[in-house]
Design a protein around this ligand. Structure first.
Ligand SMILES: Nc1nc(=O)c2c([nH]1)NC[C@@H]1CN(c3ccc(C(=O)N[C@@H](CCC(=O)O)C(=O)O)cc3)CN21
Ligand SMILES: O=c1ccn([C@H]2C[C@H](O)[C@@H](COP(=O)(O)O)O2)c(=O)[nH]1
Length: 276
């Protein structure tokens, strides 16, 4: 069984059986009919994925790997916060009339900062340190810039990644303040696992562990029946990840440079509503 399935199933069972509902509290997100989108949550989930063992992809439903990769490259490579640079429509509800989601995600990674060696944006600084300072304990990105929060359509959820090199192995901790388990848990895990693989390859390292720390892991009220159906399914084995071995420059990756080989999955007929 895929490790990503196993952890998703364990996390959701825990949330559904021992989680705390916010039904009695005022909440921000809304369903498309205007109803408040309440959740049941567990605080402080930590999931470890060993990328040397397998690539973490759920099989209990079909994961849109290429769309997830497209969004990751939109943020980390294009450093864009405009939906016109994104192939999917997943951010449309948060964009303004120019297509912008404000000073969120990619915008923050593209801002240049002064360091002793000169000016770098956060991604280029990570690439530099992985090559030149692999023993550093200071290789991390942060999107949660309080100065700009008022200009973000949505505050960053997966907001920080700490990279750490042990020998020839690249590990990462993904810090996430808020996780919509059904819409985006599998989605975010695939994205950051792919990021570790890409950064490892262009830095002459091997991908190691991804540690996913989630503060508020929640299931929305209207997602509960879908989650119950998904976690009752029998998972398949995880597929293999193929990464174009020719690529040595992070900026040369495209959404077809990575592929899942032998991906078997269950199908889900109904579309999943997303709370806005
Ligand atoms: N409530 C909420 N949950 C989220 O997960 C979320 C937000 N809001 N707001 C910002 C982004 C947008 N995210 C999304 C939104 C939709 C899909 C989605 O519909 N995924 C489908 C189809 C993807 C495609 O277009 O190919 C899927 O099957 O994964 C995924 C991530 C994640 N984020
Ligand atoms: O990458 C992402 C982006 C967003 N989410 C989810 C988590 C929450 O359900 C909403 C954001 O609402 P807040 O009230 O700002 O927490 O979006 C995600 O899981 N992953």
């Amino acid at each position: 069984m895929s490790r990503a399935d196993q952890l998703f199933i364990e996390n959701c069972k825990e949330i559904l059986s021992h989680g705390v509902w916010d039904t009695d509290l005022p909440v921000r997100p809304r369903w498309d009919d205007g109803a408040p989108a309440h959740t049941v949550k567990k605080f402080g989930i930590v999931n470890r994925y060993d990328l040397r063992e397998e690539f973490p992809v759920q099989t209990i439903r079909k994961m849109a790997f290429q769309s997830a990769l497209d969004e990751l490259l939109w943020i980390w490579q294009k450093k864009s916060s405009n939906i016109h640079d994104l192939s999917s429509h997943i951010w449309d509800a948060w964009a303004d009339e120019t297509g912008s989601i404000g000073k969120a995600y990619g915008y923050q990674l593209g801002v240049k900062h002064q360091y002793p060696e000169g000016e770098f944006d956060q991604v280029d600084r990570v690439l530099y340190d992985l090559k030149h300072n692999p023993a550093s304990r200071r290789i991390l990105t942060s999107l949660y810039n309080h100065h700009d929060l008022h200009e973000m359509a949505l505050y960053p959820c997966a907001w920080s990644v700490t990279f750490n090199v042990s020998g020839k192995t690249l590990n990462a901790v993904l810090n996430q303040r808020s996780q919509d388990m059904l819409t985006a848990n599998g989605w975010n895990v695939m994205q950051y696992a792919a990021l570790v693989h890409m950064l490892a390859q262009v830095s002459g390292l091997e991908a190691g562990e991804l540690v996913h720390v989630i503060a508020d892991a929640h299931i929305y009220d209207r997602h509960v029946p879908v989650v119950e159906e998904l976690i009752s399914r029998a998972p398949y084995e995880a597929p293999r990840l193929w990464l174009d071995p020719q690529i040595t420059d992070f900026y040369a990756f495209t959404k077809t440079s990575l592929k899942l080989e032998g991906y078997r999955f269950h199908t889900l007929d109904q579309p999943i509503p997303v709370a806005v």
